[in-house]
Write a new protein. Structure first.
Length: 421
């Protein structure tokens, strides 16, 4: 087998020495990339010795790409991710005034990476604002190509905004615009196809990992034909494609209406006893509260793009912040996957040794799991927990931990490597 990962019949085929393209990133990207790779390589060696290893291949994007090639996203970079299937990236800054909405969004849309996967877990020793952070174990499936990422906007006072306003009033007979002459307008597309593939991936993920529930988070009480439809399409999909593996909250309500609450509770209890995944829904604002008060009630979260943005940051804050929150952008239909640091470029601390490489390291662990190298990923999780429990941390966590030892970015990576057993 060559060094190129292949995708065949719904599965990725991984050689023992796969080529992994990586983007260093802007700002602190340079600070965190090399230490993160050292940790990932050490974990792979601890798990498999000389039998397996990653071959890192740098590709360009962001400021470094512009300085060397005159463009922020060279064609060669996209071609590398398409050829090698799986990659990883540091944080990228969106250039101002260059006609590019976001380099990150460009990557996601070009490769149709429709799932933004953000697993949220707590590591012992990490400071948390919640009382029982050990109960937090959630996996966010955020739709990654529609909603505001495909949003269409018209600025008030422009010809396009006036045309759109005229269309709404005269063609669509809309008469509820409160301040029509000074309103900007936005349209957010939400499709059945896009919703179904996101929710399908979330349900499969829960089934494969033996997780108890999928919560569809939406604002369908207000936006009935976009977010409300997202919820309904999710229930339809679960009941049609996963009849024997799921039990939906909609079915619970139907049984309650027809046969009473006791029968509905019996059906739910039976479903749980059979190991079925419980598919339910929660309004977004209620979920933000519930996730704090009852995190153990939610496991896999399926939601649209903007909701997922809010939820990802709140849940990350519950277990230490986005500095140690991993993420991935995945197309489960093609196999394409880019793992990434979920934080920004933090140019104010670039080059100072203050950056926390935890997010990129943990995203590397997700990459290893995606390759099927779970043993190496477990080495990273175990070593991270040992490091945090010893209170040897970078500056972002040092300020919140009593009796902690302050480490630089590189020293933190060295400490993790020492704790790989």
């Amino acid at each position: 087998m060559s060094n190129t990962i292949q995708y065949q019949h719904g599965k990725i085929l991984v050689p023992d020495e796969p080529i992994i393209p990586f983007i260093e990133g802007d700002g602190i990207g340079k600070d965190i990339t090399e230490p993160s790779q050292r940790v990932i390589d050490a974990a792979v060696f601890a798990a498999y010795g000389d039998k397996k290893k990653l071959i890192w291949k740098e590709v360009l994007a962001g400021k470094k790409a512009f300085e060397l090639t005159g463009t922020y996203m060279p064609d060669e970079t996209l071609e590398a991710f398409q050829k090698y299937l799986v990659g990883i990236k540091g944080p990228l800054e969106t250039p101002v005034g260059e006609g590019i909405r976001s380099l990150n969004v460009a990557l996601r849309q070009t490769l149709d990476l429709y799932v933004c996967l953000r697993p949220i877990r707590w590591f012992k020793g990490v400071p948390s604002p919640v009382r029982y952070p050990e109960l937090v174990d959630m996996h966010i499936f955020r739709e990654n190509t529609e909603d505001i990422y495909a949003g269409i906007e018209f600025m008030t006072g422009t010809e396009k905004a006036n045309q759109f306003l005229d269309f709404l009033i005269n063609e669509m007979e809309v008469n509820v615009i409160r301040f029509p002459e000074t309103s900007s307008f936005g349209v957010k597309p939400v499709s059945k196809d896009g919703s179904e593939r996101l929710i399908r991936a979330a349900i499969k993920y829960a089934i494969e990992r033996g997780l108890p529930s999928v919560t569809i988070v939406h604002k369908g009480n207000i936006m009935k034909f976009t977010e409300g439809a997202f919820k309904n399409w999710g229930y339809d999909l679960a009941e049609a494609e996963f009849t024997h593996q799921t039990f939906t909250w909609r079915t619970f309500k139907q049984i309650e209406l027809e046969k009473g609450l006791d029968e509905a509770k019996n059906a739910l209890s039976k479903a749980k006893g059979m190991g079925k995944v419980i598919v339910k829904d929660v309004i977004t604002d209620a979920f933000l509260q519930e996730s704090l008060l009852h995190p153990f009630d939610h496991s896999v979260i399926a939601t649209l793009n903007l909701n997922g943005d809010y939820i990802s940051d709140q849940l990350a804050a519950m277990v230490g912040g986005i500095g140690i929150s991993p993420g991935a952008n995945i197309n489960y239909n093609s196999g394409y996957a880019i793992f990434e640091a979920t934080h920004g470029t933090a140019p104010n601390i670039a080059g100072t040794g203050k950056a926390n490489p935890g997010s990129l390291i943990l995203s590397g662990a997700m990459l290893l799991e995606y390759l099927g190298w779970d043993k190496a990923a477990e080495h990273i999780y175990d070593a991270m927990e040992h490091t945090f429990s010893k209170r040897r941390v970078t500056s972002d966590l040092y300020s919140m931990m009593e009796g902690a030892t302050l480490l630089s970015t590189s020293e933190f990576a060295d400490e993790i490597i020492r704790n790989i057993h």
